[in-house]
Design a protein around this ligand. Structure first.
Ligand SMILES: [Zn+2]
Length: 244
């Protein structure tokens, strides 16, 4: 890991100097945004950023409970995601409702993400790693995560930026939008760390809000894993500063 220590708690300058800086977190399932970036979302919100979440699938497969019906799980996970967002100060949560476990990087999905980027007009997009299939020889990067990461980066460049991509959106009144930076969590090519030690309790609260997904034992286990020998916590990203 190559930490950019100068980057600690130093969000980039806004491309929108007249208003708050904006970030859009594009996540596959209701809980991924908080697992990957809740600390940064909360910390940067305290520094004046506006964060929005875009959740791409309905989360309908995320339960081992034999008595859990998909319809009930979808509603439960939406409520959990909204509750976590409120705790963090995330301004808006949107759901695309693609079927959990069946997401592909389709033209339709790309159009939905482009529309969202052109509406929110973020300075920064946070998302999954589109590259890795096997991570650290210890787990598989979920197919929905890969499809989401790939579609998010394809939406940033060039689709949201260029008016001849999805021109019907331009005809409706949306404008092309250039995202300045992409932050990818779960990457093996991390180059940027955000020290979230001061807000780790908020991240824990946000994870606890997803009670259908994370047990207290799991949260404690993962916190132990995340804690550095110095007792600090960071969220690590591959930061892509868009030259074009
Ligand atoms: Zn997920």
């Amino acid at each position: 890991m190559t930490a950019n220590l100068e980057g600690l708690a130093q969000p980039p300058e806004s491309s929108n100097p007249d208003g708050p800086k904006r970030a859009l977190v594009i996540a596959a399932h209701p809980d991924d945004a908080d697992f990957g970036a809740a600390g940064t979302a909360h910390l940067w919100t305290l520094q004046g950023w506006e964060f929005s979440y875009l959740v791409c699938t309905n989360g309908a497969k995320g339960s081992d409970d034999e008595s859990m019906a998909p319809e009930r799980l979808i509603k439960l996970r939406r409520d959990e995601q909204r509750a976590a967002a409120v705790l963090l100060g995330v301004k808006q949560v949107s759901f695309l409702d693609y079927e959990d476990g069946e997401l592909t990087a389709s033209r339709e999905f790309l159009g939905d993400v482009v529309r969202h980027i052109r509406s929110v007009r973020p300075d920064a997009v946070f998302t999954h790693d589109p590259e890795a299939v096997i991570v650290r020889d210890s787990f598989v990067n979920h197919a929905d995560h890969r499809a989401t990461g790939l579609t998010a980066v394809d939406a940033v460049y060039p689709a949201a930026r260029d008016r001849l991509n999805f021109p019907e959106q331009i005809a409706e009144g949306l404008q092309p939008h250039k995202v300045g930076e992409i932050y990818i969590w779960g990457s093996e090519k991390d180059n940027f760390e955000v020290d979230i030690t001061d807000v780790i309790e908020k991240k824990i609260e946000a994870l606890r809000a997803h009670s259908s997904q994370f047990s207290e034992d799991f949260i404690r286990m993962i916190l132990d894993r995340w804690k550095s020998p110095e007792g600090r916590y960071v969220e690590s990203f591959r930061r892509v500063q868009m030259a074009f």
